[in-house]
Ligand binder design. Structure first.
Ligand SMILES: Nc1nc2c(c(=O)[nH]1)N[C@H]1C(S)=C(S)[C@@H](COP(=O)(O)O)O[C@H]1N2
Ligand SMILES: [Mo]
Length: 256
């Protein structure tokens, strides 16, 4: 699917201007790095602009792997099922009536059926998931870029965070997570509905879970029901931007 010009937003221009240039640069990184001239240019530019060097690191792509590197078993962690009765009905119907709510600081709040997410341009990536509890697994994920969904909703320039509201709870408290705009618009940040070539199983976050590949496992919200664009995380649950951030000493920024 090709993006319609009318949907080009200021953020998209930012992305293709600055972030886009870095992405392109890094995509061809291995090849270009071997040419001394290019390395020199990159290093020169970096020493001139320390700020853009930092930006480059945040926007770098996570490593992607070959199919042969995929883990034979991918552990499920945290909540592996959802007790909520509305969720259980949706699961039983194959998520026929499910919609992903996209709201908050957007021009056009959305309720997207699964089929709409599946019809958007897809990205597939084989990446390593690292859980702070001390295990890792390599899996294949597919879904539309989060940035595409945010474009559809018309993200406001005031939005600084994207919050993922999940269907599951620990006790009374819903699981949630959040990322800043660098991670939200990162090309490998996707709303995955497929895992290892199959529909996402319940244990791994059906029908849709976040993949934010440059962050640790707990940022990868499962069972995502609602995406909310916000200016601040103040006043949202414990105010620290995520369930584990609020309830344990997990860092909000879990970049790896
Ligand atoms: N909604 C929700 N998302 C979640 C969790 C959870 O309990 N609930 N656990 C997190 C943690 S700590 C990890 S390591 C990964 C586990 O993903 P997996 O079950 O697909 O391995 O999901 C993350 N996202
Ligand atoms: Mo984790």
């Amino acid at each position: 699917m090709v993006d319609k010009p009318s949907l080009i937003s200021r953020r998209r221009l930012i992305r293709t201007g600055t972030l886009g240039a870095c992405g392109m640069l890094l995509a061809g990184c291995d090849r270009l790095n071997s040419s001394g001239g290019f390395r020199g240019l990159l290093q020169g530019a970096e020493s001139l602009h320390m700020g853009s060097q930092r930006g480059l690191a945040r926007e770098a792509l996570a490593r992607e792997f070959a199919e042969s590197a995929m883990s034979p078993a991918f552990r499920a962690n945290g909540n592996k099922d959802v007790a909520d009765s509305a969720y259980r009905k949706l699961l039983a119907s194959g998520f026929a009536g499910w919609t992903l709510i996209v709201d908050g600081l957007v021009a056009r709040p959305l309720a997207l059926p699964l089929a709409a997410l599946q019809a958007l341009e897809q990205r597939e990536q084989i990446t390593r998931h690292d859980c702070v509890e001390g295990w890792s697994a390599i899996g294949k994920w597919q879904g539309p870029g989060l940035s595409r969904v945010l474009d559809l909703a018309g993200l406001s320039d005031r939005a600084r965070y994207v919050v993922f509201h999940c269907a599951d709870r620990f006790g009374e408290t819903p699981y949630y997570e959040s990322v800043d705009m660098v991670d939200a618009l990162h090309p490998q940040t996707i709303l995955a509905w497929k895992m290892n070539g199959q529909l996402l199983p319940e244990a791994h976050g059906a029908p849709v879970r976040l993949r934010v590949e440059r962050q640790l496992g707990y940022k990868h919200a499962k069972f995502v029901m609602r995406i909310e664009a916000r200016e601040s995380l103040d006043g949202l649950y414990g105010g620290k931007g995520g369930y584990w951030e609020d309830h344990s000493d997990y860092a909000w920024y879990a970049g790896i």
